[in-house]
Design a protein around this ligand. Structure first.
Ligand SMILES: Cc1cc2nc3c(=O)[nH]c(=O)nc-3n(C[C@H](O)[C@H](O)[C@H](O)COP(=O)(O)OP(=O)(O)OC[C@H]3O[C@@H](n4cnc5c(N)ncnc54)[C@H](O)[C@@H]3O)c2cc1C
Length: 377
C-alpha cells in the first residue's frame, strides 16, 4: 500500500481548499441564517468543476477519480456542511446514478447541463414510510402507451425544491424498484413541504410529490423493476463522500479548538497545557486520521475496480461517528464559548449529526459490515 497522492490530486485539493477559505468560510454563517442554498454560488462551484466531479470530459465534467473526489468532499465539509451536502447529493447521488445506470443517449441528454451547473440535480429514493427499507417504497409507475404514469411521495430529498432534474426511484412491487430521470418541468411533479432541520440550514431538503406524472418510456433508467442494484452501487460510492465530508467538519472544529486552546488562559496558563485538553485534541486528531485512511482505502478500492461495498460502509460508519466525537470534544475545549454562535463549532455539531443518518444510518452500515463478516444475504 502506498501512502502518497498524485500531484494532480494534491493540486485539486489545494485549489478547493483556497476556494473554501476565501468564498465559503466567510459566508457560511450568513447562508445558514438565510436557511436556503445560495444559488448565486452555483456558477463558481461549476467553474471549479465541482458540479461534474466524476463526469467524463466528453460530457463536460472534471472526470476526477473517487479518491480525488473524497479529498474534495473533505475540503468542502471543512468549509460548510450544507454546501458540501448539496454538492454530494448532486454529484454522488443524482449524477452517480446516471453514470451507473443511464444509456449513452440519456447521458448525452442529461449529464452536460448537470456537469456545467446549469442546474442542480437531486436523487429521490426515501419515502415517508420507507427509509432504511428502501425496497418497501409505496410509489408506483404504471405503463400507459409509450409513457409511465408515476405516483407517490418522496421524502427528505436534498436539493428537492431547487433542482432542475431529479432521478426518482419508485416501487415496482415485490420489493423491486424502477428509476426514472425527471426534468423539473415534468407534468405532475411538484415540490411538497420544505423541511426545517436541526442543522445544514443552507442545504435544501424537501418532499417531492408525484401526482400522475407522465414520464416518457425513454426516460426510464435501466430495466423495469431492476433499479435496486444500481441504487446499492450509488450508495456505496455516496458513502465514501459522506465519510469524507464528516472528516472535514471534524477537522474544521478541531482546528478551531487547537487555536483556542493555545490562546485561552485559565489558572495562569494556556488551557492547551492541561493534559485533559491535550487528551481531547489528540484523540480527535487520531480518530480523524484513522477515518481518513478508511475513506481513502474505500476510494482506492473503487478506483482499482475492486469490490468496495464493505469498505465504504466501514469508512462511512467510522468517519461519521469519529467526526461527531471530534466536533463535540472540540466544542468542550471552548467551554461556554463553544456553545455560542460566535464560533462555528455549534453549527458543525448540528451539521455533523446527519452524517450518521443520511445514505444509510450507522445501524444499516453495521448490518452491511456484519453481513460481509457472516456472509449471509
Ligand atoms: C437532511 C437529510 C437529507 C437527506 N437526503 C436524502 C436524499 O437526498 N435522497 C433520499 O432519497 N433520501 C435522503 N434522506 C433520507 C435518509 O437517507 C434517511 O433518513 C435514512 O436512510 C434513514 O431512513 P429513515 O429516516 O426513514 O429512518 P428509518 O429507516 O425509519 O430508521 C429509524 C431507526 O431505525 C433504525 N433501523 C432501521 N432498520 C433497522 C434494522 N434493520 N436494524 C436495526 N436498526 C434499524 C435506523 O438505523 C434508525 O435508527 C435524507 C435525510 C435527511 C435527514
Amino acid at each position: 500500500m502506498r501512502f502518497s497522492y498524485r500531484d494532480d490530486q494534491l493540486l485539486v485539493r489545494e485549489t478547493v481548499r483556497d476556494f473554501v477559505r476565501s468564498r465559503i468560510v466567510p459566508n457560511a454563517d450568513a447562508w445558514n441564517e438565510r436557511a436556503e442554498f445560495p444559488l448565486e454560488l452555483l456558477p463558481e462551484l461549476a467553474a471549479l468543476g465541482l458540479t461534474g466531479l466524476a463526469v467524463p470530459h466528453e460530457y463536460g465534467g472534471a472526470e476526477l477519480d473517487t479518491l480525488c473526489i473524497a479529498m474534495v468532499m473533505e475540503e468542502l465539509g471543512a468549509g460548510d456542511g450544507s454546501i458540501a451536502l448539496t454538492i454530494a447529493a448532486h454529484n454522488s447521488l443524482c449524477i452517480g446514478h446516471l453514470l451507473i445506470g443511464a444509456t449513452e443517449e440519456q447521458k448525452a441528454r442529461w449529464l452536460p447541463p448537470l456537469a456545467r451547473g446549469t442546474y442542480l440535480g437531486c436523487w429521490a429514493l426515501t419515502e415517508p414510510s420507507s427509509g432504511s427499507d428502501a425496497v418497501a417504497a409505496q410509489s408506483r409507475a404504471r405503463p400507459e402507451g409509450n409513457e409511465y404514469v408515476v405516483s407517490g411521495t418522496k421524502q427528505f430529498i436534498t436539493n428537492g425544491s431547487i433542482a432542475g432534474f431529479a432521478v426518482v426511484i419508485v416501487g415496482a412491487g415485490e420489493r423491486k424498484l424502477t428509476a426514472f430521470g425527471m426534468p423539473r418541468a415534468t407534468p405532475g411533479l411538484r415540490v411538497g413541504r420544505r423541511e426545517e432541520k436541526m442543522g445544514l440550514h443552507a442545504s435544501d431538503t424537501a418532499q417531492l410529490v408525484l401526482e400522475d406524472c407522465r414520464v416518457p418510456g425513454a426516460d426510464r433508467i435501466g430495466p423495469d423493476g431492476e433499479a435496486f442494484d444500481d441504487v446499492k452501487r450509488v450508495l456505496d460510492r455516496g458513502r465514501i463522500g459522506i465519510g469524507a465530508l464528516a472528516i472535514g467538519l471534524g477537522r474544521a472544529s478541531l482546528e478551531t479548538a487547537i487555536g483556542y486552546a493555545k490562546e485561552r488562559k485559565q489558572f495562569g496558563k494556556p488551557i492547551a497545557e492541561f493534559q485533559m485538553i491535550q487528551w481531547r485534541l489528540a484523540r480527535a486528531r487520531t480518530e480523524l486520521d484513522a477515518a481518513r485512511l478508511l475513506v481513502h482505502r474505500a476510494a482506492a478500492l473503487a478506483d482499482a475496480g475492486l469490490r468496495f461495498t464493505d469498505a465504504a460502509s466501514k469508512a462511512k460508519l467510522y468517519a461519521s461517528e469519529a467526526a461527531t466525537r471530534a466536533v463535540d470534544s472540540s466544542l468542550q475545549v471552548l467551554g461556554g464559548y463553544g456553545y455560542l454562535q460566535d464560533f462555528p463549532i455549534e453549527r458543525h455539531l448540528r451539521d455533523v449529526r446527519l452524517m450518521e443518518i443520511g445514505e444509510g444510518t450507522s445501524e444499516v452500515q453495521r448490518i452491511v459490515v456484519a453481513r460481509e463478516l457472516l456472509r449471509v444475504d
